[in-house]
Each structure stands twice: as structure tokens, then as C-alpha cells.
Design a protein around this ligand. Structure first.
Ligand code: SF4
Length: 284
């Protein structure tokens, strides 16, 4: 099971995205996938390159549209494990409408957000995840907007799996991705992934000092939604681990009627030449 390919990532040395790539590759192998069983769909941003760095089906989509594409792939071929991935700007700014509705739709897709609290590809502008007062080229006197809290939004939208990790904690991140893949429904995994080139505030050291690992709370129950919301708020959104999981709600695929488990390409769809011509004519 070789999920590595021979493409050398062109991320800056030290970028957190390297570890996320490694964690996806390890998790895919650990859950027993073969490369032909996995599709990695990505958005636009430095993180969006990830779909080209994993030996699996890959699609590098357009800005903010990673989730419509990922859901389309899953609907066309339920047999594939679908991982969607992109940055915080991609998923929580231009793509936020899709993110919220994908969460409440609950298709079986694992969404990994590479959260560096800045726009890296465009050379360092304030993102929805930047802190108030954060100074960049787009906010030279400091951001005057509040920071968006994706975990709280996900819980409010009816998420069935919410987790957060840190790119330096490869063990925890790999385990969470495995759990996300095995979850029957939509899984959101937000990952702090430092941008070493443009974000000089939210550095590796800053995260090590400020994140709160749920391992510290042996009594924490991830099936308790109220407790999950409280923990997110208590830690100012810096909690890591499996924050919430609802194992009872069925996925979209399991609830929709007439949705066959086989991939469309494998279904015996009978169609006459005349019907085929008529169908094609509709798209001319
Ligand atoms: Fe990573 Fe930042 Fe470099 Fe982009 S600009 S590759 S996010 S370190």
C-alpha cells in the first residue's frame, strides 16, 4: 500500500502541510485502503497542492469548491473513500456556504482543513481564522474583524464528527484521520498547520504553548454535544482531539432512497441507442 508518489512538494521548508500529507498517507494505509480506493480532492491555496502529492485519485479543484466536487465524487462512486482538503481561506471564506451545507448533509466525506490562519499562496493576507489585531499587508493596522470559529459553526450545523489537531502531533492527527475515514458520515478535521513564511504569530512554539489536548481530560465524552461546545469555548477554540462524534445519525447515502451501493460505472444501466442519443442531445 504505497500512497507516496515521486512528486516533490513545493511547500516552503517547515510548512505544516508536509505532516498533514504524511498523516493522510499513513491513515489510508492503516485503515487498509489501496490507492485505487481513495480520492483526494483539494481546493486552491498552498494546501490545495496536496492532491498531487498522494498516490491516489486526485482532483485539484477551484477556490472554495472542494466540497461540491468531493460530494459529487462520492455520489458517483460510493465505493471510494473521499478525502477533501483545503486551507482555512478556501473552506471558511469563499467556501463557507458549501462547508456548512456539506456538514448538515452528512455525506460520507472526510474534510481536512489545513488551518494556518493566513492566506499563504497570495503572500500573506488576513484570513477568516486570523486573530483580531493580526497585522498583514491587507490589515496593516491590525484586523478589526472577529475570528471565525469553525468548530462552533460545525456543531451548530449538526456535524456528526468534529475533530482538531496540530500538524506536529503526527500520531494524534493520523489517528483522527483514521477515525474520520471510518466514520459513517461527514467528518471535519481542522488542523493547525503553521505557515512559517508569512505567519510569525501562530508559530509551532505558539501552538505548543496554547493548544489544549483532550487527553488531559479522561472523563471527556465526545458523544456529549453540549460538553463539546463548552470545551471549544473554554479553550478559545484551541482544543485538540476528537471533540464530538454522533454515531447514531445515518449518512446521507444511507438515508436517500434508491441510491445503490455500487459505483455508477458498475451498475447495469440498460439504455437503447435511441434513448442514449436523446440523452446526449439534451446536452448539445
Ligand atoms: Fe506553507 Fe506558508 Fe509556504 Fe504556503 S507560504 S507553503 S502555507 S509555509
Amino acid at each position: 500500500k504505497e500512497f507516496r508518489n515521486n512528486v516533490k512538494p513545493n511547500w516552503c521548508p517547515g510548512c505544516g502541510d508536509f505532516s498533514i500529507q504524511a498523516a493522510i498517507q499513513r491513515a489510508a494505509a492503516n485503515v487498509g485502503l489501496e490507492p485505487e480506493n481513495l480520492a483526494v480532492i483539494s481546493g486552491i491555496g498552498c494546501s490545495g497542492r496536496i492532491s498531487g502529492y498522494i498516490n491516489a485519485y486526485g482532483f485539484h479543484g477551484i477556490h472554495g469548491r472542494v466540497l461540491p466536487i468531493a460530494q459529487g465524487v462520492k455520489l458517483a462512486n460510493r465505493e471510494l473513500t473521499v478525502i477533501a482538503s483545503g486551507g482555512d481561506g478556501d473552506g471558511f471564506a469563499i467556501g463557507m456556504g458549501h462547508t456548512v451545507h456539506a456538514i448538515r448533509r452528512n455525506l460520507n466525506v472526510t474534510y481536512i482543513v489545513m488551518d494556518n490562519q493566513i492566506y499563504g499562496l497570495t503572500k500573506g493576507q488576513t484570513s477568516p481564522r486570523s486573530a483580531e489585531g493580526f497585522k498583514t499587508k491587507s490589515t496593516p493596522e491590525g484586523s478589526i474583524e472577529t475570528t471565525l470559529s469553525p468548530l462552533e459553526i460545525a456543531l451548530s450545523a449538526g456535524a456528526t464528527f468534529v475533530a482538531q489537531s496540530f500538524s506536529s502531533d503526527l500520531k494524534q492527527l493520523t489517528k483522527l484521520i483514521e477515525e474520520g475515514i471510518n466514520h459513517e458520515g461527514f467528518s471535519l478535521i481542522n488542523v493547525f498547520s503553521p505557515c512559517v513564511t508569512f505567519n510569525k504569530i501562530n508559530t509551532y512554539d505558539w501552538f505548543k504553548e496554547n493548544i489544549v489536548n483532550l487527553e488531559q481530560f479522561p472523563d471527556y465524552d465526545p458523544s456529549n454535544r453540549v460538553q463539546a461546545m463548552n470545551k471549544i469555548m473554554e479553550t478559545n477554540g484551541l482544543v485538540t482531539g476528537l471533540i464530538y462524534q454522533n454515531k447514531t445519525r445515518k449518512s446521507y447515502e444511507d438515508m436517500i432512497t434508491g441510491f445503490k451501493p455500487e459505483a455508477l460505472a458498475k451498475q447495469n444501466i440498460k439504455i437503447t441507442p435511441e434513448e442514449f442519443d436523446k440523452l446526449v442531445a439534451e446536452f448539445k
